[in-house]
Design a protein around this ligand. Structure first.
Ligand SMILES: [Zn+2]
Length: 246
């Protein structure tokens, strides 16, 4: 369901006219691919834990194995899902128009990258990747990596951790800066599948001098600042907006 073919046609016109476009995507876009939300993933052994109590540096330091195992479960869930028609429509647009569309995402599942989008700004990191818990020392290299749950540096004991932004952590500054630069340079921002309350979606949408289009099945906090609101899913609407019809 959308607000009507008229609005889709209007936004299609904005897409054609925009020299630079930003797509800002959130959890709703991944949910359409079948990625369980943080809360829905808490089944079985994990039902008694709250994600807020696992996805923190304190939790990892207190029990690295438990948090590593939890991420292993979530990684296995994410590995089973595929990009949807919305992810693919974005990637196809980028192939046709190199440099014209930037994806900034709050999702950690890598689905945009998997669909073929180049240069994705992963604001909250990527669950498939690891990084060092402490700033890496000279000894912290692949050659010294000891397998385990979690893997560690055989020399100094530094642990590997998921390369995601945990509760209480700040976003990677260079990624956030790149997203802000893209927002400032854009004539059109498509805000897809996010309620808008989660930082930094609202800030980026308000920073852009261009038009803002909200694409979401439910009402969002950003509706009030949007130039158009399309009520529907990304998998249906993005192909309509981004694909070229003869
Ligand atoms: Zn080391």
């Amino acid at each position: 369901m959308t607000d009507g073919a008229g609005d889709v046609g209007k936004v299609r016109g904005w897409v054609r006219a925009a020299r630079r476009i930003v797509v800002l995507s959130g959890a709703g876009m991944s949910a359409e691919s079948g990625v369980p939300t943080f809360r829905d993933a808490q089944t079985g052994l994990w039902a008694k834990f709250r994600p807020e109590d696992l996805a923190t540096e304190d939790a990892f330091r207190a029990d690295p194995k438990m948090v590593w195992d939890w991420y292993a479960m979530r990684r296995a869930m994410v590995a089973k899902v595929e990009p949807n028609a919305g992810h693919r429509a974005i990637a196809a647009f980028q192939q046709r128009h190199p440099g014209r569309l930037t994806v900034a995402t709050q999702n950690v599942d890598g689905l945009h990258q998997h669909a073929g989008s180049p240069g994705v700004l992963a604001l909250h990191g990527n669950i498939a990747e690891d990084t060092w818990l402490e700033a890496p020392r000279a000894c912290c290299t692949d050659a010294n990596l000891l397998p385990g749950t979690p893997p560690r540096c055989a020399v100094c004991g530094n642990l590997r951790r998921p390369a995601v932004v945990w509760f209480g952590e700040t976003l990677p500054p260079e990624v956030l800066q790149a997203a802000q630069d893209a927002a400032l340079a854009s004539q059109l921002m498509l805000v897809v599948g996010t309620s808008g309350v989660v930082y930094p979606a609202a800030g980026l949408a308000r920073a852009t001098p261009g038009r803002v289009v909200v694409i979401n099945p439910q009402a969002s906090d950003l509706d009030a600042v949007a130039d158009a609101v399309l009520r529907g899913g990304a998998a249906v609407l993005l192909p309509q907006l981004l694909e070229e019809h003869p």
